[in-house]
Design a protein around this ligand. Structure first.
Ligand code: AR6
Length: 170
C-alpha cells in the first residue's frame, strides 16, 4: 500500500529517499524550488547535471520526462529532475504534467527509492493554476503507483497551495 500525504513546508528539508526537482530542460539550475535544491545540495549536484547534459541529454531533458541524480549535501539520497509544461510557452496539455509525476515515480522506483516528495510542479514560474496542478498531480500518483514506493508526499510552500492539494486529495 502506498501512502499519499501532504505537508506545508520546504521540500529540501524532507526526510525521504528522493525529492523531485521542478527543473527546466537545461538541467543547469534556475529559480524557485530548483534554485533552493541546488543551493542546499551544493556543487556536486550541478556537476552531475552537467555530466547528464554531456551524455544522455545533450539536447536537454524533454518536458514530462524524469532523470535521477545523487543529492549532494541534501538529506535525501536522490534528486529526480523533471520538467513541467510551461503555460507561458503554450504548454497547456495536462497529460504532460501528469507525465512528470508518473515518470518521476518510475525513475524513483528504478533507483530503489521507497519514499518520494514532490513540489507543485509548474505552479510557479511556469504559470499553471494551483488547482489544476493539484488535480492532475493527485490523480496521476493515485492511478497506478509502483508497488515498491511506500510514501508519496506533496510538499507545498504556501497555505493556499496546501489547501488546494488537501481538497484535491479529499
Ligand atoms: N519547497 C517547496 N516548494 C517550493 C520551494 C521549496 N523550497 N520553493 C518554491 N516552491 P517553481 P515551475 C514552490 O517556479 O513552475 C525554475 O526557475 C513554489 O511556490 O519552482 O515548475 C526552474 O529552473 C511553486 O508552488 O517551478 C524552471 O525554469 C512550486 O514550488 C522553472 O522555475 C513550483 O514553482 C520551473 O517552474
Amino acid at each position: 500500500m502506498t501512502t499519499i500525504d501532504i505537508v506545508q513546508g520546504d521540500l529540501t528539508k524532507q526526510s525521504v529517499d528522493a525529492i523531485v526537482n521542478a527543473a527546466n530542460s537545461t538541467l543547469l539550475g534556475g529559480g524557485g524550488v530548483d534554485g533552493a535544491i541546488h543551493a542546499a545540495a551544493g556543487p556536486k549536484l550541478l556537476e552531475e547535471c552537467r555530466r547528464l547534459r554531456h551524455t544522455t541529454f545533450k539536447d536537454g531533458l524533454p518536458v514530462g520526462q524524469a532523470v535521477a541524480t545523487g543529492a549532494g549535501g541534501l538529506p535525501c539520497k536522490w534528486v529526480i529532475h523533471t520538467v513541467g509544461p510551461n503555460l507561458h510557452r503554450g504548454q497547456t496539455d495536462p497529460a504532460l504534467l501528469a507525465d512528470c509525476f508518473v515518470n518521476s515515480l518510475k525513475v524513483a522506483a528504478g533507483v530503489g527509492a521507497r519514499s518520494i516528495a514532490f513540489p507543485a510542479i509548474s505552479a510557479g514560474a511556469y504559470g499553471w493554476d494551483i488547482t489544476d496542478v493539484a488535480r492532475v498531480a493527485t490523480q496521476a500518483v493515485k492511478a497506478d503507483p509502483p508497488a515498491s514506493i511506500d510514501l508519496i508526499r506533496f510538499v507545498l510552500f504556501s497555505a493556499r497551495d496546501f489547501e488546494a492539494f488537501r481538497q484535491a486529495l479529499a
